[in-house]
Structures are given as C-alpha cells and as structure tokens.
Write a protein of this length. Structure first.
Length: 437
C-alpha cells in the first residue's frame, strides 16, 4: 500500500513540464541560484547549439589545473590553501597561510571525553552516520551555536573542517575494533603535519607513510573540495541554511546527502566493479576480452546487472572530467611505486574503451568520459585506506565547499528555498470510520 499510494505517472512529468531532479530534458541543470565560489564548465553555445568541450573546474575564478600545478610545482601540499581560497575568496600569501594553518591546528581537537562518549560507546557500521551524529553533538559544546553572524559561522566552519578528519578516522577505528575484532588504535594528530598527512598518521598503526602517499591524498582532497552550488550535498547546504538554522544542522544535512550511493558512494561501486572485471577477464591485456566484458556489463549481464559502467559518465561533464585528468598521471606514479602497473593499465583500457561501447548501446544526449570516482577508489586502495572511509574522506574534503556555500547563502540573505510541487492526487470524499470497508 505504501508503494501504490505514492506512484506518480511518469507521463505527468512531461505534461506539466516538471524538471525532474531540477534538470531539463537535455540534462542541463535548472538555474536555481548564483554563486561566486565554484564553476563547472563543460560546454559552449555555438550558433544556438550546445557544443561539449573538455571540462573545467574553477575555484573562486582560478582553474583547478592552475591551482594544482602551483602548489605541486612548489613541492608542497595544497589542501589548506584551497580551504582558505574557498572561504575567503582569494589565495593567501605566505604569512596569511601560516596564520591560517595555526588556526586550523588550534581547532584540531575534540571536547574532553567526546571520543569515548560519542564514538567508542556507540560505534556505527557506517562512518557517515558517525560524522553526522558527531557534528550534531558538537552543537552542545558550542557556547553560542545558533549565532549566524558571519564571524561566528567562520569560526564554526574552521572548527568543523579541522575536526572532521578526527571524527572519520576515530569512527573507523571504533568500527574496526568493535565490529571487526581488530586492535584499537587511537592516535592523536601530530602538530607538525597537515590534514592529509595526519589522516594517514592517525589511520596507520605505525603512523608511517611515504611523501608520495601524502601528496596523492592531499591532491584528492583538493580535487573533491568544491563542485559548484548544484551538486546534491552543496545544494542541500543552501536549502537548509536558507531556513536560518545553525551550522551544525546544515553540515549534518549535507553529510546525509553525501552518504547516498548516487552521490558520495560512487567510487565504492567502481572498486567493486573492477574486482569483478579482474575475476572474469582472464587476460587484462587482451582488449577483445575487456570489450566482451563491457558489452555484457552494458547489457545488464555482468556485475550488478544495472547496465552501468561505474566511474564513466557524469551529470555535467561529457568530453572530460578535469579532476580525473589531473588525477590520472599521479595515480600512475603511485601504481608504479606499489607494483600495480598492470592494474593501472586495466583501468586505462576500460577508460578508453567504455565510452564507445556505452554510446553504441545507449541513446545519449551527450558523450561520456571517466569521472573522478573512476580513479579515486583505486588511489584509496593503494593507500591502504579501508573502503568504509571512502565516502567519509569525500566529506572531509567537501566540507570546505559546504561551509563556503553556507556563508554565501547567509551573506546574501536570500529567501527560504521552496520550489513548487503540484499535487496529482485524485480528490477523495471523507468516509466515517464506521462506514469504511
């Protein structure tokens, strides 16, 4: 009954011109707001026609390729600098970056007994739930949690950005201990390490990691930090913030959105798909065998039988996802360090062959290409990061974008976000209880 009474005839969406998912028939997002934080660029208009172009991702007016090239050329990590850029709208100078890192370090702690009371005493099998619950609980430790002045929101944002890596790693350690019967390791963050380094330091029993490992994790955090105002979790941040609620509630709501497998959990599906490919393709170097598998995959005969090639295709990008393009060269270097060149070549083969196979079997309004999730799961596995932390690490990165968009929503004092829904339910006459069959 609960299903039958909620089914809406799909034809009605066309009749009433409803933009399902806030997208039009071509897949373009319906314009719902304006932002100065991030831009996702994937096409140009030429003589009235939409022409796909290589994707670009822009943070506060700066192309992601230039941002990444800048800090990697200096042989330093860039996530903290990226957080500053998103929050304050410009790149910091050396002094400003130093002060900002010191402030993040000051906030890189949790209230007394918080780990024991909130994480250890009620370990969850899903770390995203640990993050959401913990963020909501931190409301109780804030002396003025409902103050939505920009200065206070900035303070709350920096605190949550600094605390989320601890919540994620500690949440996983509790899960692994209580649900996996492993030894329990709770390492305090190291004051001389940045966010990416500290995640590896706290996660590993021996605290050890290589410079390349830290560089790749830092790069991943930079690439996932922001993706415009329309992605589901960031739009959730705008919607919830527009009601005037507190920062903790807004960020917990965004975490809930990101938990969904259609949003933050895609790289887990990519990882599982490749495990199936490795089991069912005898010779990874034989393109014919790979093509045969992909044909079966698209025809809903392989893996989870959904017909999806996970990690290939994106709601916005068509020609290329700039995050995947940047990631790929560094992924190859890490694969060589880990002795996994053959597996990297399999990823490269699937990335090259899948778009044409998908296009052959599907009616598409735009092309497809590998997205950032295609390689991120492979990177995390090479880094020894457990699958349970894949989506939480996405949150550790994206919270910087969420906080920037929350501030933007509050600064512009927009109306509460309330799109229209048309009721298509038939009118029904009330029947007294005694007369109901």
């Amino acid at each position: 009954m609960a299903i039958a009474c909620n089914v809406v005839d799909r034809e009605l969406y066309t009749r009433f011109e409803v933009k399902r998912g806030l997208r039009d028939i071509s897949g373009k997002g319906v314009l719902a707001g304006l932002t100065r934080i991030g831009e996702v660029h994937s096409y140009i208009i030429d003589e009235g026609e939409t022409v796909p172009v290589p994707g670009r991702l822009i943070y506060r007016g700066i192309d992601i390729e230039d941002l990444v090239d800048g800090f990697l050329r200096d042989r330093r990590h860039g996530f903290e600098e990226t957080i500053y850029l998103l929050l304050f709208g410009e790149l910091p100078n050396i002094k400003e970056l130093g002060i900002f890192k010191e402030q993040l370090l000051e906030y890189r702690t949790l209230p007394s007994f918080f780990v024991n009371d909130m994480i250890m005493k009620s370990p969850s099998k899903d770390i995203m739930n640990v993050l959401a619950r913990s963020v909501l609980s931190l409301y109780s430790y804030d002396e003025d949690p409902d103050d939505i002045s920009i200065d206070n929101i900035l303070k709350q944002s920096m605190q949550l950005i600094s605390q989320l890596p601890l919540l994620a790693v500690y949440g996983y350690q509790a899960y692994a201990h209580y649900h996996g019967n492993t030894s329990l390791f709770i390492h305090s963050p190291h004051k001389d390490l940045g966010i990416a380094e500290n995640i590896l330091y706290m996660l590993r029993p021996d605290n050890k990691f290589t410079p390349l490992e830290a560089e790749l994790l830092d790069l991943s955090l930079v690439l996932h930090a922001e993706h415009g105002g329309g992605n589901n979790s960031t739009f959730t941040t705008h919607v919830v913030s527009s009601s005037g609620t507190d920062t903790y509630s807004a960020i917990a709501a965004a975490i809930g959105s990101l938990k969904g497998p259609r949003h933050g959990g895609a790289n887990i599906k990519v990882t599982a798909m490749f495990e199936d490919i490795k089991e069912n393709v005898e010779n990874w170097e034989d393109e014919g065998q790979v093509i045969t598998y992909l044909e079966r995959l698209v025809n809903k005969e392989a893996f989870d039988k959904t017909g999806l090639v996970y990690g290939v295709g994106h709601a916005v990008y068509s020609v290329s996802d700039p995050r995947a393009v940047i990631f790929k060269s560094y992924v190859k270097t890490l694969a060589q360090e880990k002795g996994l060149e053959a597996e990297f070549e399999l990823f490269d083969t699937v990335e090259r062959l899948a778009p044409s196979i998908i296009e052959k079997h599907r009616k598409m309004y735009k092309g497809v290409s590998a997205n950032v999730d295609f390689y991120s799961g492979f990177v995390y596995r090479m880094l020894g990061i457990p699958e349970e932390l894949y989506t939480p690490l996405f949150a550790v990165s994206r919270i910087s974008g969420w906080c920037a968009h929350r501030i933007e929503e509050i600064v512009n004092q927009g109306k509460i976000i309330r799109p229209a829904y048309k009721s298509v339910a038939p009118k029904v006459t009330y029947v007294p209880l005694s007369q109901r069959k």
